[in-house]
Structure formats: structure tokens, C-alpha cells
Design a protein around this ligand. Structure first.
Ligand SMILES: *[C@@H]1O[C@H](CO)[C@@H](O)[C@H](O)[C@H]1NC(C)=O
Ligand SMILES: *[C@@H]1O[C@H](CO)[C@@H](O)[C@H](O)[C@H]1NC(C)=O
Ligand SMILES: *[C@@H]1O[C@H](CO)[C@@H](O)[C@H](O)[C@H]1NC(C)=O
Ligand SMILES: *[C@@H]1O[C@H](CO)[C@@H](O)[C@H](O)[C@H]1NC(C)=O
Length: 538
């Protein structure tokens, strides 16, 4: 090739590169074309709206998060997409309700499948568009083969593939009932198992810690987990800084899910004392320090270009009593006065209104709050929009782009926000409840197991129960159906619900999850050992 034509070619390709770049910048508008933002999503487990100091006027156990809110924005009407783990996480990563992405209830230790492979995750889209993607913590969207995090868009993974109570450990954390340690061997087995109350304790497979797709510890040490997550997160951030590539860090904490294992409360014996007070608060402070450490590291590396989004996967697990978080004022009194809990697994406010803080120095206005009606469903479209990445056009989404709320002080949230059933009543995934403005309509109610052991049975409501949250946050007294206010809200709610159901029924990309269970599908380091232990304790 002659030198002249090479120069022309070079010029043409540079021009092309420039045009491509310019288009990309225009699409996102606010975005700096040379540097795409980094994203850190911190998802707490089973945290209560009232656990965030800044949400409640009382003693705060979350000074680092409170500071982050002072330097960023607190979202006070932000909801998890579902009120249990797997559906909430699936919706966060796909921007779609469980009725579309197929994940309507939790996966088990022996689950063969996971989030359907026909779904595309936020991590996959960011990865395909040049992001480095890392995940630390609880996945709970399938742990076998193609369902594991490193096969769903993450370059790196370290964590527990499901909940921290879905396996035994040698030194159990605080839980109710307290669970026995892993089976150490035939000699001492008999005595230990006798001591413990086994109901609701998983004991067959020890809790694994997985790095990428390899089991690196089984059972893992719960009491060292926070330290391990912290140092891994700091390592990811340090490497990202050197790599000079935009990144997504999805940090799905084990906090505040039982068993709690705050390092300040390591039990002296191997049988924790469940009556010891202050364990939840100590665990909350530990979580807060972890968030503070991540914020510090992020500030030190790429402060002006990193969005941190802290939120929760669902409300507190009330049946765990003193080891459960606080719903704040969202008591769900209509339900609790009839028996049953009104937090995790329910569509009462306590089930899905979660403490949420966004922080991006210079971009998210400092010391601001927003009461826009938002959801974890919105994380997917919002981050993609900020990164200048288009979601796949072949499917429908339920999340909205909340960039204007986060960065520009707008209050435009969802017109309708639907809350799916996550286990307390009726069919999984059913759209039980709809929020519109300050009102909330229940077509189905039901309570989860409460601390006192009561459960609320499923009740169908036709016409629906409608509450006005601006009058009472605790959902105690429904509106009188004979009022004009009721009739107006009821009609609007019915139309919104029918429109969504029609939209889902005509969505060409509906996925179905495989919930089959096969005991051999559990992660197992050593199948010849009773609890899959990697090594016998010394
Ligand atoms: C983009 O970022 C660079 C480096 O931070 C900065 O110098 C430049 O002014 C930014 N451009 C725009 C349009 O914001
Ligand atoms: C996980 O992947 C990273 C690279 O992304 C690698 O450095 C690390 O050694 C891997 N860990 C395991 C246990 O395979
Ligand atoms: C974060 O940094 C500040 C100031 O450098 C320091 O006071 C604080 O202890 C650090 N917090 C954590 C959790 O590392
Ligand atoms: C944050 O805002 C609140 C209420 O608007 C105000 O009372 C407080 O002084 C502000 N704090 C800071 C650090 O600016």
C-alpha cells in the first residue's frame, strides 16, 4: 500500500472514530465522552428502612452511611423489586419483574438452574461495552455451570453463592433458633446434634466461599467474612484504578441476614448465646464500617467519576426477632393486628421500602433527599443510561431511567409501582399490590411469620384495600370504598394493573426459570465428607 493511501485510510478511520464517539456522547447527553463513570452497587440483605440512622430520629449505628447521605442523596421512597432475595436480585440485574425474567422465588442449595440464560444482566451489557465487572458477596441466582456469576457477565467473583444461612459452619453465627456447627465426624457427632434445635437449619452442605467458579473454603469462616469482603473490595478498586477502565463493582453483602457474626461479638464457645443483646446493632455498625471503607477507597481513587448506590434487597426478617432490623414507621398495622408479620416476604411497606443512598461527588447534589417513587428495577436502566449503553431492544423493561432524579433534582418517579408476591400469600410473582402516588391498593394480603410465630393467612380483596400513605405510614385503616377518593384511585389502579398484565402477556421475551432440585447440584468440595468439607478442622 502506498504511503498516501495509508494516510487517507488513517484519516478516514480517525474521522469514523470521532463520529462514533460524538454520537455516543450525544446519546447520553450529560456524559463525559472520554471517561465513563464507575459504578459501585452495595446491596444489603434483609436491612430495614429504619436501620439507616438518617431515616430515623434516634441513635444511629450507621455514621458512615449518614455521612454518605450528607454528601449525596437519600431516597426515602425507594423499593426493592421484590420482598425476598432471588427475585429482588434478578430484577435488579435485569430491570424486569419476576413475571418476565422467570425468577419469582428463591433458589435452593440443590437448585439445578438459576436466572434464565435468556435474560441479559446489567453486568453482561456493561462488560460487552468495555467495563471491568466484579462481584463480591451473595449471588443467589443459580450456582451451577452457566448460571454462576462469572458466566453472567462478571469478570471476577468472590462470595457465598446463596444466603449465609444455607449451610453449616464450624463456629455458627447468631441465629434463631441457633444452629449446630458442621458435623465434625462420627465420634462427636452424637453429642453436638443432640444439643441443637434443627428446625430451619441447613446442615447437609457446609457453607462454601467461591472465587470465580472454584470453592476456596468449605465451610467458610463467618467471622472472617467481612474482613475478606473488605480486602477483596479494596483490591478490586486498587486494580481498577491501575487498569484505567470503567468498572462495575456489585457488592452484595451478607449483612444483615442471619446468622449475624459481628467480629466484636465472637462467641467464646461454639454455642452462641442467643439472648445476648446488641448483636444486631453491632452487626449494623460492622456493615457501616465496610461501606465506609469502600467509600474511602473509592474517594481515594476516582472520586469524581464514581457513583455509589447503597440499597437493600428486601425488608427485615421479622421471625428472627432480636436479630431482625427495624421497619421504622412502616408497621403494616392492618396485617399485624390480624396476626402475621408485615416485612420480608410481604408487600406491606416493611417488606420492600428499603434504605437507599446515592453518592457521586460533584454530580449527585450533596445533602439532598428525594421522595420520588423509585425501585431497584431502576438501577439497570439508570446505570446503562449513564454509561451510554442501550438495553437490548427485543424485550420489555419495568425499570425507569432515574438519572434526572439522582443528578438533576427532578421528582419524576414511577406513576405505578407494582409489588409482586414473594411468598407470604398466593402464587409467587403475582402482582399483589400497586402504588400510585401516595396511595397503595392491595388485591391480595397475607402476613409472613412474625416473631411471635403467628402468620397471616391469604385474603383476596375485590374491591381492593386502598391505603393513603401520606395520612398513615403504618397502613392501618383502608379508605372507605364509598368515597370519591377511593373510586378514583381504584379505577386508576385497575387500569394500571390491567395495562401491565397485558404488556407482560404480549412480551415476546418471557423467561422461565428451572427450579428443579437435585441434591448433587449443591457446591461440594469433597463428596466423600458428610458436609462437603475441604479439610478436616485441625
Ligand atoms: C471531561 O473530563 C475531563 C477530565 O476529567 C475534563 O477535563 C473535561 O473538562 C470533561 N469534559 C466535559 C465536557 O465535561
Ligand atoms: C479468579 O479470577 C482472577 C482473574 O480474574 C484470578 O486472578 C484469580 O486467580 C481467579 N481465582 C481462582 C480461584 O480461580
Ligand atoms: C475513612 O477516611 C477517613 C478520613 O481519611 C477516616 O477518618 C475514616 O476512619 C475512614 N473510615 C474507614 C471506615 O476506613
Ligand atoms: C443538610 O440539610 C439539612 C436539612 O436541609 C440541614 O439542617 C443541615 O444543616 C445540612 N447539613 C449540611 C452538612 O449541610
Amino acid at each position: 500500500m502506498a504511503a498516501g493511501s495509508f494516510q487517507i485510510l488513517l484519516f478516514v478511520s480517525l474521522l469514523f472514530g470521532f463520529l462514533f464517539h460524538a454520537t455516543r456522547q450525544n446519546e447520553a447527553g450529560y456524559m463525559n465522552s472520554t471517561r465513563r463513570p464507575n459504578f459501585i452497587i452495595i446491596l444489603a440483605d434483609d436491612i430495614g428502612w429504619g436501620d439507616l440512622g438518617g431515616n430515623q430520629q434516634r441513635i444511629s449505628h450507621t455514621p458512615h452511611l449518614d455521612l454518605m447521605a450528607q454528601q449525596g442523596k437519600r431516597l426515602t421512597d425507594f423499593h426493592s423489586p421484590a420482598s425476598t432475595c432471588s427475585p429482588s436480585r434478578a430484577a435488579l440485574l435485569t430491570g424486569r419483574h419476576g413475571l418476565r425474567n422467570g425468577v419469582t422465588h428463591n433458589f435452593a442449595v440443590g437448585s439445578v438452574g438459576g436466572l434464565p440464560l435468556s435474560e441479559t444482566t446489567l453486568a453482561e451489557l456493561l462488560h460487552q461495552n468495555g467495563y471491568y465487572t466484579a462481584m463480591i458477596g451473595k449471588w443467589h441466582l443459580g450456582h451451577n455451570g452457566p448460571y454462576s456469576p462469572t458466566n453472567r457477565g462478571f469478570d471476577y467473583y468472590l462470595g457465598i453463592p446463596y444466603s449465609n444461612d444455607m449451610g453449616c459452619t464450624d463456629l455458627p453465627g447468631y441465629d434463631l433458633p441457633s444452629c449446630p456447627p458442621c458435623d465434625p465426624g462420627p465420634q462427636i457427632r452424637h453429642n453436638r446434634l443432640k444439643r441443637a434445635d434443627h428446625r430451619s437449619c441447613y446442615s447437609k452442605v457446609a457453607l462454601p466461599l467461591i472465587e470465580n467458579t472454584t470453592i476456596v473454603e468449605q465451610p467458610l469462616d463467618l467471622w472472617r467474612l467481612t474482613q475478606q469482603y473488605t480486602s477483596t473490595a479494596l483490591d478490586v478498586l486498587a486494580k481498577a484504578r491501575k487498569r484505567r477502565q470503567p468498572f462495575l463493582l456489585y457488592m452484595a453483602l451478607a449483612h444483615m441476614h442471619v446468622p449475624l457474626s459481628p467480629s466484636s461479638h465472637v462467641p467464646v464457645s461454639d454455642t452462641p448465646n442467643p439472648s445476648e443483646g446488641g448483636v444486631y446493632a453491632a452487626s449494623l455498625r460492622e456493615m457501616d464500617r465496610l461501606v465506609g471503607a469502600i467509600k474511602n477507597a473509592s474517594d481515594a481513587s476516582d472520586k469524581d467519576n464514581t457513583l455509589i448506590w447503597f440499597t437493600g434487597d428486601n425488608g427485615p426478617w421479622e421471625q428472627k426477632c432480636q436479630y431482625a432490623g427495624s421497619v421504622g414507621p412502616f408497621l403494616g398495622t392492618w396485617q399485624t393486628s390480624r396476626g402475621g408479620g408485615s416485612a420480608k416476604r410481604t408487600t406491606w411497606e416493611g417488606g420492600h421500602r428499603v434504605p437507599t443512598v446515592v453518592y457521586w461527588p460533584g454530580r449527585v447534589p450533596a445533602n439532598s433527599t428525594s421522595s420520588a417513587l423509585l425501585s431497584g428495577l431502576d438501577i439497570f436502566p439508570t446505570l446503562l443510561s449513564m454509561a451510554g449503553v442501550r438495553p437490548l431492544p427485543d424485550r420489555r423493561y419495568d425499570g425507569i431511567d432515574a438519572t434526572d432524579v439522582l443528578l438533576h433534582g427532578k421528582e419524576t418517579g414511577h406513576e405505578f409501582l407494582f409489588h409482586p408476591n414473594s411468598g407470604a400469600a398466593g402464587r409467587f410473582g403475582d402482582l399483589q399490590t400497586v402504588r400510585l402516588g401516595q396511595h397503595k391498593a392491595f388485591y391480595i394480603t397475607g402476613g409472613a411469620e412474625a416473631c411471635d410465630g403467628s402468620t397471616g393467612k391469604q385474603e383476596l380483596h375485590d374491591p381492593p384495600l386502598i391505603f393513603d400513605l401520606s395520612r398513615e405510614e403504618d397502613e392501618e385503616t383502608p379508605l372507605d370504598p364509598n368515597t370519591a377518593e377511593y373510586r378514583k384511585v381504584e379505577e386508576k389502579a385497575r387500569m394500571g394493573r390491567e395495562a401491565l398484565l397485558y404488556d407482560i402477556a404480549t412480551d415476546q421475551s418471557i423467561s422461565t426459570a428451572n427450579y428443579a432440585i437435585d441434591q448433587s447440584a449443591g457446591p461440594c468440595c469433597n463428596p466423600t465428607h458428610r458436609c462437603c468439607r475441604c479439610t478436616v478442622p485441625g
